[in-house]
Design a protein around this ligand. Structure first.
Ligand code: ATP
Ligand code: MG
Length: 226
């Protein structure tokens, strides 16, 4: 199976209080078509830093990231955002939905940004139903709970039928049952060939994932699955 994500010897150095420190060191990781990969690690260990590099929102200090066979290093911001929109379902940490659009329009937005023409009949509504929000389609985000907003972000990430899903704690602030449903959606998509890279603390995701990586103080290691 082809790799959808390839990260080779990637590092990210930040400055803090005038002193440099490495948030990520020499990280190497791959996610192939049809693979569900989970990334675990304590708060501040560098997980979001790695994900942001993978989706082309952050430049690494060293090393190389390749997304859907395209090296990110040579791309302009515009080209990176085009690639992300076309191929990646990114669920950022936090809500990140637009408060001036209804829930339904938030989910639809990536389709129109990708210039893909008319939306397939009812697709956004169907995705909202899959994440249990069918009844809230016409509400504005200000009327939603934290967990409902997370689910809007998940539905939105699936709108353009991404080749690869990169999700940063998508199940945080969800109850166990809803979290399981979200993870099951990702698992089903992986079984149909989508690559999934997910940061989580849920043991259920660990159980259904094909491979696991641990992040500790910027150091990434693959865990042998028991
Ligand atoms: N722009 C920045 N400038 C300086 N330091 C940063 C910056 N962004 C992140 N960091 C630091 O880099 C480290 C890794 O941050 P990161 O967001 O990747 O952690 P994380 O594993 O995603 O944590 P969490 O589980 O809390 O989301 C942290 O110590 C953080 O404070
Ligand atoms: Mg994070």
């Amino acid at each position: 199976m082809a790799n959808l994500i390839e990260v080779k010897n990637v590092g990210k150095r930040y400055e803090r209080g005038g002193r440099p420190f490495w948030a990520l060191r020499n990280a190497t990781l791959a996610v192939a078509e049809g693979e569900f990969v989970t990334l675990l690690g304590r708060s501040g260990s560098g997980k979001s830093t790695l994900l942001n590099i993978i989706v082309g929102l952050l430049s690494p200090t060293e090393g190389e990231a390749v997304l859907c066979s395209t090296p990110l290093s040579g791309l302009t911001d515009e080209a990176a955002s085009e690639l992300r929109n076309r191929s990646v379902g990114y669920v950022p940490q936090g809500a990140g939905v637009l408060s001036t659009l209804t829930v339904l329009d938030n989910v639809r937005l990536p389709w129109y940004l990708a210039h893909r023409g008319p939306e397939p009949e009812g697709r956004a509504q169907q995705l909202l139903e899959e994440v249990g929000l069918g009844d809230l389609a016409n509400q504005y985000p200000s009327a939603l709970s934290g967990g409902e907003l997370r689910r809007v972000a998940i539905a939105r990430a699936l709108m353009c039928e991404p080749k690869v899903i990169v999700a940063d704690e998508p199940t945080s602030s969800l109850d166990a049952q809803t979290a399981r449903e979200v993870v099951s959606i990702f698992r089903r998509l992986a079984d149909k060939g989508t690559g999934v890279l997910m940061v989580t603390h849920d043991t259920f995701s660990v159980d259904v994932s094909d491979r696991l990586y641990d992040m500790a103080e910027g150091v990434l290691t693959e865990r042998a699955k028991a």
